[in-house]
Structures are given as structure tokens and as C-alpha cells.
Design a protein around this ligand. Structure first.
Ligand code: TYD
Ligand code: MG
Length: 469
């Protein structure tokens, strides 16, 4: 009998090593190497399958008719928008997100929506008992939905069961980390098992035409394999995000072989499940704190959808040797860049100040167009000058301090006008795209912006001195 080869696999990135080490050399994570057998023959001591000869298969022309609708929309429009118009037959989608963010809730609702459209939808939970899934369904007012439910973790058993009768249109696996397959030997939850189970389920999807959704928990510690190893195997990766304490949830496409990747869907977690938010700008601005220094409204775009969000900054004198820079919802590197440009080109001294920047509502912004809004919020906070109440901000800042044009200005301005704003502080190029009755204060450089805001405000240090006197 051939000796089994053991190897150590990083549970974070999937890299294999011959020897154990405290740190994975591939991804730099600590304590993530776990011993797994590399050749995965079935069962302990079981016989190896003899090598099989290749068997010829039919090759088809690319040109050919697809008879059935390749896509099926769920009817939950925020979900359909992110998937690119619905689930594609035979496709596999990975839904990632922190534990407790609402993945199971969302997928139960999606499964119920399919069932309502008279499609067979099966929800397999590897984490909860059927009774728990039923309780959730009751809470979501879905107790009457014709979704089929089971609590099961063996991939072979699941596939044997769902292959009986009508092929399901949707199969939800919650979660991929709890699944295990006999084709590999490692313990459930390890990278090898996650990858092996995913491979079996993907094969089922391609063969049967069922759409499969895999849930993947994102965990930072190496105990449970990150779903990252599955990302390249599936057709689409969606991430469900949000601050645990906030009720907003954002569904974002990270990868999609059949649709756009920059669309977002917005939901609100309520006592009775997820509610779709058709007009997210109103939501993100609903509690806006106009008239207080350090708050700027950013006219952003996510995919094709304009979105107004509030950017809040707090600039306060520091007591530390190295001042703090903390960001929630934006790229810390871009904040550093904006701070550097403010110092270098606009004479704004921030090296003696702690800087906090927050995007309201738990949203994460990725656009460089937010630079101008962030800068406005920072300068406003530093000088204690509130920004004009009916103005929105957008524009990209270059390292030279110039304000550069950004795409989709017209959509940003229209959204701002719709929500009652009357003016935009924006790059010169936006002037041509303004709707009637909407004013543009064109910015050539960041120094213009700083001068405009500072004129209204009090230099921070003088104000602090006065308060002490
Ligand atoms: P869940 O879908 O179980 O999260 P995940 O599968 O991503 O781990 O959702 C868990 C959270 O959602 C839990 O903290 C309670 C909350 N929740 C509601 O607020 N309203 C609801 O109707 C439901 C079902 C859950
Ligand atoms: Mg869950």
C-alpha cells in the first residue's frame, strides 16, 4: 500500500506546505496551517480507485439554440439587480458575509420567491435544525411558502436526494463550511473539504441546470476555512455587508460571469425580515445632521445607481505623538492622500490633529469621486464652519491639488435635485451636465474649496483658545 502523503494547508489561502509553520508564507496569516492528507482517497485505509482511461465526449458548436430562459428573476428586485437580472441556469453563486449579517434570512426569502413562482426551491441548512428554519420562516411571514427544507451536511446524500424527481430550479446550501464529501479525507470545515464539497455541488449545477447558491462565512481566524478558496470556482460572488448595529444591508457583486460587478442592492433589516430599499439616498440622508460642522453630502454612484451619502469628519487636536487617523466606510489610503494634498497645496495643517472619517449608514464607498466631499468635511470640521445645507459635493483630487472630472455627473446631479438639493460643488466639467435650476460651483483646485469653507469658519485653534479664556 502506498504511503499517504500528508501536507499542511493554509486555511486562509489554500497554499500547501510540506512542513508545519506558525505563519503561512503565502498569505502571511498566523496559525492557519492545518494537517490534511493531500491525496484524498475515500475513507480511512480504503482502497485507491484504479486510474481510469479517458472517455471521449461530444463537442458542441458554440452557435446553438438555448431553449429555456437562461435567467430566472426572483422578483426581489434588489437581489435581481445585483445578480444581473436573475439566476442563470446551472450557475453557482457564493454569498459571503459576516456571521449574523442576514445571509440565511435573505436566501430563505429568495427561495420563497422562487417557490411563489412555482419553481422547485430547496433550502439545505447545515447549521440549523429544520425547526429553527421554520421559526425563521414564520417570523418572515413565509411559513406557507412551498420551499423544501432539510438539515443535512453530507454532499453525497444531498445530491442523491435533490436529483430525485423534478430537478430543483434553486438549491441553497447554508453554509459551504458545514458540508463534507467522502471524496476527500480531511475534517469538515477545512479548506480541502470546502473545496471538495464545492466542486461536487458545482458539478451538480452544471449537469442538472439547477442554480446553486452557497453561503460562505467570512471569518478572520483560521478555524473555519475562508470561502476565498471557492471564489474562483463559482460563477458569481456576492457579498452581504453592513454594520451589525445598523439596519442597512448592502448586497454587492464582487465577481459575476453573467452580469455587472458594480451594482449594489440595498436592504433594511426589520423585525420581519429584509425590506427592499428602492430609494437608498433618502435612507442614507434621513438622519442627516445639517448645519453641524464636519458633515458633507457626497453625490456618489454605485454601478448605474446614483446614491447620496453623508460623509462625517471630526478633526480634533491630538494628545498623542503620532496623531490618529481612523476611517469607517472609506479607503484609509485615500484619506492619507487627501490629508497630504491639504497640507502640501492648501496650507491646512493637520499633523497636530486626530482625524476621524465616517460614511453614514454603514455604507462602504469605493469611488475616488468622494475625495472632494471628504476634503470638504475635514476642512469644515477643522474650521468649525458648517457647509451650505443644500449643496452636494463630488470630484476626484489629484496629487497636484487639482480637481478632476468624474463619470456620470448628470446622474449624480439629477439625484441631488430630486432630493431637494440646489447646488453642487463639483469639477468644472459638471457645469454642462447640470439640470435646469441647479447651480454648479465649479472647482479648479482644492485650494478654492478650502478658501470658500474657511471664509465662513473660525480657525480651530483660535476658537479653542477662546473657549478656554
Ligand atoms: P441570519 O440570516 O441568521 O444571519 P447569517 O445567516 O448571515 O448568519 O440573521 C441573523 C440576524 O438577523 C439576527 O441577529 C437577527 C436578525 N434578524 C432580524 O432582525 N429580523 C428577522 O426577521 C430575522 C429573521 C433576523
Ligand atoms: Mg445563517
Amino acid at each position: 500500500m502506498a504511503a499517504r502523503t500528508q501536507s499542511f494547508i493554509c486555511q486562509n489561502c489554500g497554499a500547501a506546505f510540506a512542513r508545519w509553520a506558525g505563519k503561512c508564507e503565502a498569505c502571511g496569516e498566523w496559525n492557519t496551517l492545518v494537517e490534511e492528507s493531500a491525496d484524498g482517497p475515500r475513507g480511512p485505509g480504503g482502497p485507491r480507485r484504479p486510474p481510469r482511461k479517458g472517455r471521449p465526449f461530444a463537442i458542441e458548436p458554440l452557435k446553438g439554440a438555448t431553449h429555456e430562459a437562461p435567467r430566472l428573476a426572483s422578483g426581489i428586485s434588489e437581489f435581481d439587480r445585483v445578480t444581473g437580472g436573475g439566476l442563470v441556469r446551472g450557475s453557482v453563486l457564493l454569498l459571503g458575509g459576516d456571521p449574523g449579517i442576514g445571509k440565511s434570512t435573505l436566501l430563505l426569502e429568495v427561495a420563497a420567491a422562487f417557490a411563489r413562482g412555482r419553481h422547485r426551491a430547496i433550502y439545505i441548512s447545515g447549521e440549523e435544525a429544520v425547526a429553527q428554519v421554520r421559526l425563521r420562516a414564520e417570523r418572515l411571514n413565509l411559513a406557507e411558502a412551498t420551499v423544501e427544507v432539510a438539515a443535512e451536511t453530507s454532499v453525497e446524500d444531498i445530491l442523491a436526494t435533490v436529483s430525485q424527481g423534478i430537478i430543483p430550479r434553486l438549491l441553497v446550501i447554508d453554509s459551504i463550511q458545514t458540508m463534507w464529501t467522502q471524496t476527500v479525507e480531511s475534517a469538515p470545515g477545512t479548506v480541502t473539504q470546502v473545496r471538495g464539497s464545492a466542486a461536487e455541488l458545482i458539478r451538480f449545477a452544471k449537469r442538472s441546470g439547477a442554480a446553486v447558491i452557497l453561503v460562505g462565512h467570512v471569518t478572520k481566524d483560521g478555524q473555519i476555512a475562508g470561502p476565498r478558496v471557492v471564489e474562483h470556482m463559482v460563477d458569481a460572488v456576492l457579498s452581504f455587508e453592513g454594520e451589525g448595529s445598523q439596519q442597512f444591508r448592502i448586497l454587492r457583486a464582487i465577481k459575476n460571469r453573467f452580469g455587472p460587478t458594480d451594482e449594489i442592492g440595498v436592504f433594511e433589516m426589520t423585525g420581519a425580515g429584509l425590506r427592499e430599499v428602492a430609494n437608498p439616498s433618502a435612507l442614507f440622508l434621513s438622519e442627516r445632521d445639517l448645519g453641524s460642522p464636519g458633515t458633507a453630502v457626497f453625490a456618489g454612484v454605485e454601478g448605474t445607481r446614483p446614491l447620496l451619502v453623508e460623509i462625517q469628519a471630526l478633526v480634533a487636536p491630538t494628545t498623542l505623538g503620532t496623531p490618529r487617523r481612523a476611517v469607517v466606510g472609506w479607503d484609509p489610503n485615500r484619506l492619507s492622500m487627501v490629508l497630504a494634498v491639504l497640507e502640501a497645496h492648501c496650507g491646512v495643517r493637520l499633523s497636530g490633529h486626530d482625524v476621524y472619517l465616517n460614511v453614514a449608514g454603514g455604507l462602504r464607498i469605493q469611488e475616488p469621486a468622494a475625495d472632494v466631499a471628504a476634503a470638504a468635511a475635514l476642512v469644515s470640521s477643522l474650521t468649525h464652519a458648517p457647509l451650505p445645507a443644500h449643496a452636494v459635493y463630488f470630484g476626484e483630487i489629484s496629487l497636484s491639488g487639482a480637481v478632476r472630472p468624474v463619470p456620470q455627473s448628470a446622474a449624480r446631479l439629477r439625484e441631488a435635485q430630486k432630493l431637494g438639493f440646489t447646488r453642487a460643488i463639483a469639477p468644472e466639467a459638471a457645469r454642462n451636465e447640470a439640470p435646469d435650476g441647479f447651480a454648479i460651483s465649479a472647482l479648479a483646485g482644492l485650494d478654492n474649496l478650502v478658501a470658500d469653507i474657511a471664509r465662513e469658519g473660525t480657525p480651530a485653534l483660535r476658537r479653542v483658545g477662546r473657549q478656554e479664556a
